[in-house]
Write a protein that binds this ligand. Structure first.
Ligand code: AHG
Ligand code: MN
Ligand code: MN
Ligand code: MN
Length: 332
């Protein structure tokens, strides 16, 4: 009996996606296929990550990406795997990736969707066996099918997302996603090779006592952000900062808290990228009942002008994000 209880029971990701599709009588199944393609690539990347210490896949790749960051081998491997899965799946006409300067045309001219992806989030944590992730956003193309995806297709506002999710390669691997009807989390069972529904209908507490910010940059923060950090210290909140956005976000969503990557004197727009980091997590946090802001505006309403543009990010429990917004507004 004990053995049986230890086995995962319940809904697989595939079955869950299929059931959701049945709720929409006119759905054609293409978005479902796209989500399954992402889950497949996630399994392959998960395997590569799990073997990282044993194979030659750790360490630097020797090149820089468009943001001037040193690419890690796993950044490149994950990028290849996700692009390949999306290309082979056939539903996506164009991809925006952190690791590629230009729009990637998949050659699927009939594909109805655009994907923006951070294939491997938390690069600096790869070689030290700390949680890392993948972040993705899905948009419907605006241009007619039958040709390549356009820049306009790729520069849509976050409010236009039809789905978004992340994979966290943590103490266990999870896939969390939304299609705009709440947020659901699936845990990967390695021996069966399946994601199982483990966290149905995730909601974020309206407030919390965790703050996540790189306090090493304190001297570069605006006065309002310094003030907020001071308040967190006075209230004896817990400081938690992994340095992998996905992992920091995931913890705060489950426990209640705020993640901040503010503008600094060195980086006035912060570090995180709107299209493949901020927007996806903003969609998810809002679906879970939380909030995502650049300090004064809702992340999902920002108009993108550049594929790799950055924005300050304050995301998590609603009351905490609103307090930061109030401090920033009153210090103007
Ligand atoms: P990526 O590895 O995809 O380039 O993202 C790195 C990001 C994010 O994951 C993390 O929250 C942040 O960089 C950490 O930056 P700092 O080291 O400046 O705090
Ligand atoms: Mn990077
Ligand atoms: Mn990232
Ligand atoms: Mn990345």
């Amino acid at each position: 009996i004990t053995e049986n209880l230890a086995l995962p029971v319940g809904t697989t990701l595939d079955r869950f996606i299929m059931r959701k599709q049945e709720d929409f009588p006119f759905a054609t199944g293409e978005l479902s296929q796209l989500l399954r393609d992402i889950a497949l690539a996630a399994k392959i990347v998960n395997r590569a990550i799990n073997h990282a210490g044993l194979t030659d896949i750790g360490g630097a790749y020797g090149k820089q990406n468009v943001q001037g960051e040193d690419q890690q081998k796993l950044d490149v491997v994950a990028n290849i795997r996700f692009i390949r899965a999306l290309r082979n799946g056939g539903e996506v006409c164009a991809i925006i990736s952190e690791e590629d300067e230009e729009v990637i045309q998949t050659g699927n001219h009939k594909g109805k969707y655009i994907v923006a992806i951070d294939p491997l989030d938390g690069s600096s944590n790869i070689d030290v066996n700390v949680s890392i992730g993948t972040i993705f956003s899905v948009y419907r193309r605006l241009s007619d099918q039958g040709c390549e995806g356009t820049l306009e297709d790729c520069l849509q506002r976050g409010v236009q997302q039809v789905a978004a999710g992340y994979i966290i390669y943590g103490s266990s691997t999870m896939l969390v996603y939304t299609t705009g009807c709440g947020v659901n989390g699936f845990t990967y069972e390695t021996s069966l090779g399946e994601f199982f529904l483990s966290h149905p209908n995730i909601t974020i507490p309206t407030t919390g006592s965790i703050y996540s910010i790189n306090e090493g940059s304190y001297n570069q923060f605006q006065p309002a952000i310094k003030q907020y950090v001071e308040l967190c210290r006075e209230r004896n909140y817990s400081a938690r900062y992994i340095g992998s956005l996905v992992a920091d976000f995931h913890r705060n969503m489950l426990k209640g808290g705020i993640y901040m990557y503010p503008s600094t004197t060195k980086a006035p727009n912060g570090k995180l990228r709107l299209l493949y980091e901020a927007n996806a997590l903003a969609f998810i946090v809002e679906q879970a009942g939380g909030k995502a802001s650049n300090g004064s505006e809702r992340i999902m309403e920002l108009y993108p002008t550049d594929l790799h543009q950055r924005c300050p990010l304050y995301i998590g429990s609603t009351e905490m994000v609103e307090e930061v917004e109030r401090l920033l507004a009153s210090s103007e």
